[in-house]
Ligand binder design. Structure first.
Ligand SMILES: NC(=O)c1ccc[n+]([C@@H]2O[C@H](COP(=O)([O-])OP(=O)(O)OC[C@H]3O[C@@H](n4cnc5c(N)ncnc54)[C@H](OP(=O)(O)O)[C@@H]3O)[C@@H](O)[C@H]2O)c1
Length: 299
């Protein structure tokens, strides 16, 4: 199958491309500002806010499926730049969907726990979204465009992994600080079900193989606070746990509101794919093992 991955220079996109290149997929990797070359993949630039650019690219590469990971993901930046956030996350996704509709191409859309307000926790696919932030709203708009397609898959998740640039997921931030002797202050009033991009990448490819459609949640079975997650990271990476301090969201001036408990219930995807979801520790161990992975795959 010929698959186009948007946002392939991103944290999830590049990890997914590596996984797809290892398997029997023809992989096209689309970047925006940061060119990327991954062994076994064909690279191309793509601006999703331009339907013309998407059409030109599709004429050339003729993908059979699209995994759409491209987005503006900095929650506070989106809050301060709502026009840009909606242009990329909502309009960009609509553009992509229009081109895919005309060509009968399946879209796998990576969505987020930020579509929920965090008042309930362990959200199932039947729970109603109610975003608190511009980022969450713009991603939900993207979901609505995807849902209009005859064949789509929406995967909502909270993710972490290795970045190729200086952005940092929670474990990367903990590792960077503790390794240089700096303390970290992590929220005790935000509960999540984090998933490692390496595990999610395998799951996405399995979903494509099985032609899974609809909305699914992905998350660890054990919901935990960001503070507990930071402690687990320190443990797995053999770093000084005593430098992980508890803190509260209310103590910091955050531009965007975060949901208090946006944990996601993974029961539906587990049954649909007949998979066992790894524990938080197992996911972190996989991350540790894959520290140097990008070096082997990215030219
Ligand atoms: N990070 C999280 O904690 C998290 C949690 C839940 C869900 N998600 C979702 O998971 C997906 C992947 O997230 P991530 O953290 O891997 O993202 P990321 O590292 O921030 O990467 C974003 C990607 O989007 C591309 N992009 C940005 N604007 C674009 C545009 N106008 N046209 C085309 N491409 C554009 C970027 O390209 P360049 O870098 O080349 O400019 C980059 O490849 C996103 O859809 C996000 O909403 C993320």
């Amino acid at each position: 199958m010929k698959v186009l991955i948007t946002g392939a220079s991103g944290m999830l996109g590049h990890r997914l491309a590596i996984e797809a290149a290892k398997k029997d997929f023809g992989v096209f990797v689309a970047y925006h500002h940061r060119p990327i070359k991954i062994k076994g993949c064909f690279s191309l630039p793509l601006e999703i806010t331009s339907i013309k650019k998407i059409e030109e690219a599709f004429k050339k590469i003729k993908p059979q499926a699209v995994v759409h990971t491209a987005a503006l993901t900095n929650v506070d930046y989106c809050e301060e730049n709502p026009k840009e956030a909606f242009k990329v996350n909502a309009e960009g996704t609509k553009n992509l969907c229009q081109v895919c509709l005309e060509r009968n191409i399946k879209v796998v859309y990576i969505s987020t726990d930020f579509v929920f307000d965090g008042e309930k926790g362990m959200y199932s696919e039947d729970d109603l979204p109610n975003p608190l932030s511009v980022y969450g709203l713009s991603k939900l708009e993207g979901e609505k465009a995807v849902e209009k397609l005859p064949d789509f898959l929406i995967l909502r998740c909270t993710i972490y992994g290795w970045h190729l640039n200086n952005q940092k997921s929670i474990p990367e931030w903990v590792i960077a600080n503790l390794s240089s002797g700096q303390p970290v202050k992590a929220f005790t009033d935000r509960i999540i079900t984090p998933t490692y991009t390496g595990f999610l990448s395998g799951l996405i490819l399995k979903s494509l193989d099985r032609n899974l459609s609809g909305i699914f949640h992905i998350g660890s079975h054990e919901p935990l606070t960001v503070y507990e997650f930071a402690l687990k990271t320190a443990e797995v990476f053999s770093l000084d746990k005593s430098r992980v301090n508890p803190g509260k969201m209310s103590e910091i001036k955050l531009k965007a509101k975060r949901p208090k408990n946006s944990s996601l219930n993974p029961t539906k995807i587990q049954k649909a794919l007949n998979i066992i979801i790894p524990t938080v520790e197992e996911n972190l161990l996989q991350m540790k093992k894959e520290r140097e992975l990008a070096k082997k795959w990215i030219n």
